[in-house]
Design a binder for this molecule. Sequence first.
Ligand code: PLP
Length: 479
Amino acid sequence: MDSEQFRECAKATIEMLIDYYENIRNRNVLPSVEPGYLLKLLPENAPEEPEDWKTVLNDFSEKIMPGVTHWNSPHFHAYYPTGCSYPSIIGNILSDGLGIIGLTWMASPACTELEVVTMNWFGKLLGLPEVFLNCSDGPGGGVIQGSASEATLVALLAAKDKMIRRLTQINPSLDHDTMKNKFVAYTSDQCNSSVEKAGVLGSMKMRLLKSDPNGKLRGETLKKAFEEDKAQGLIPCYVVANLGTTGTCAFDPLYELGPVCNEENVWLHVDAAYAGAAFICPEYRHLMKGVEYADSFDVNVHKWLLVNFDCSAMWVKDCYDLIYAFDVQRIYLDDVNTTIKIPDYRHWQMPLGRRFRSLKLWTVMKMYGADGLRKHIRDQISLAQYFANLVSSDDRFIVEPEPAMGLVCFRLKDGDQNTKKLLQNLIEKKVLFMVACTYRSRFVIRYVITSRLTTKEDIETSWSIIKDETNLLINPDKI
Ligand code: PLP
């Protein structure tokens, strides 16, 4: 492809995407394909001869698109949102266009420095305590990880290293492997699967402690677990608190968990992957009360803040904890001398290479402005409330727990079997997509406002589809 062909192809691709978003509302949110559909459609080997870009785009439209689930459709209500916006796409195009890898400061000074700037901007927007920010006097700072899963694992590995350093300082003759085998991590039974997986990947036993009836992990429960384990000669090392659980968007009280962790020198990581975005609105910041006790904090900007996957914003109070844990030197990575204020980010993450992810965070923050982002969050929360009111007005349904952020959980009073059947029937229609969770042992359907395009009319359409399916399920004779 030469420059002229690139120009034409890029224009056609952008046109195609604009068309896609203009008409996305008219598509079924779920595709109508069977497993293996694409394997049958595409040849077994890569083409020997180059193909014209028009053929490639045509194949994309005819063969690939039919198998796409439309995450940004206003009728996608599953999981949590995946951010997507035109400003973010522009940031991604610029990043891909430059095609750089920010291994070191010299490998692309702007890559490092824009990350520092945007993470300071974003940390301030969230109202994080200054100690977490690179612009404070101390060793705190922010870094963009690829996912919340990576942030949880990075924090776990740093916690392990920090605990070994601390215990070795007290008793230098301690054997590292013996110590590591005694380390225990804790979180709640409501944690995201990625938190449990961090324990598996980081070889640390992860206890999923029982949450209270509202899905919160309480300080007393954590304290008791520490005591039980210490009595058995084990060493509490790492805690993951959840601000906005995946199931029901419950918020663990950091002000209870924090003092328990700090007292035992246990690392406290905060997984605020979805709901953390709401802290850009001051009225939700009470939900992170106690954040000053945390060692690390993570929000997926790529979930609810209009930035395309992948962009997970992580802050640590002391970047030396990461550097001590992950610093591996090679001559070819020697760089000009910088200070921790201009970080060598390769020591703050798992891979060596780094994408220029801050570009899309920058384009989104600049083109929406803080006000635009706050409006997005507030609009989505009020749409969720609108849906909750519609469901509550039908006495066949129960909304519980209380809607939180953009999530509404509901079920049929008729029983779990019918709620399950209702969800299954709705998914089979492919026009709405939702997933389930359990709340107080009951099967509930989760309805999340995900798309920036969702309007009140879309919510009314959803509700009317849900009501029709319910009529068919519960009162088929009356139809
Ligand atoms: N934590 C919570 C609360 C989540 O809801 C999710 C994903 O939905 C994750 C972590 C994992 O996020 P990621 O896919 O960025 O690893």
